[in-house]
Write a protein that binds this ligand. Sequence first.
Ligand SMILES: [Fe+2]
Ligand SMILES: [Fe+2]
Length: 187
Amino acid sequence: MKPIGPLMWEHRLIEHMVDLLRSEIDRITSKKTANVILIEQAVDFFRTYADRTHHGKEEEILFRDLAQKKMSPEHGKIMDELVREHIQGREKVRKLVEAKDLYVNGYADALPHIARELKELVDFYPKHIEKEDKHFFFPCLDYFTEAEQDRMLGEFRVFDQNMIHEKYRTVVETFLGKQVMRPSKAG
Ligand SMILES: [Fe+2]
Ligand SMILES: [Fe+2]
């Protein structure tokens, strides 16, 4: 498998979440009520899966290695745009949380606010994904030898293995208010 394989599979799951949120916008508009549990799960999905796990592999492994290559100006420009878009995505999720908190606290105007922030997210993600799938990932593979691609895939796997531990360590540390011990790298 090519290293872009897992990234593209992850895009497909993100698209399913986007579809769910499109339906939620319709529901908010017609029923005048929001599904807070879905929105909170979506926030966790975008933060833990789409951003930390997926954008994490893109930025900390793929983009890091691409930065060592002589990229064409066009590909370099797209990579800069992608990093900026990741930052914008985080900001959109933060605004959704703000809107959801207003709703939970009973603010009357919060419902259209939630719908607006959800719309921002569902408009944003498919465009970002299309840019990577159709204009970036495949040409980027040409910068790497087969051996480099295999090594990258291996690094992706190790990165993913750590995610579940990082996620729940963070949950415990947040409530505990302090860091807990990390396993040593030597195992
Ligand atoms: Fe991305
Ligand atoms: Fe992506």
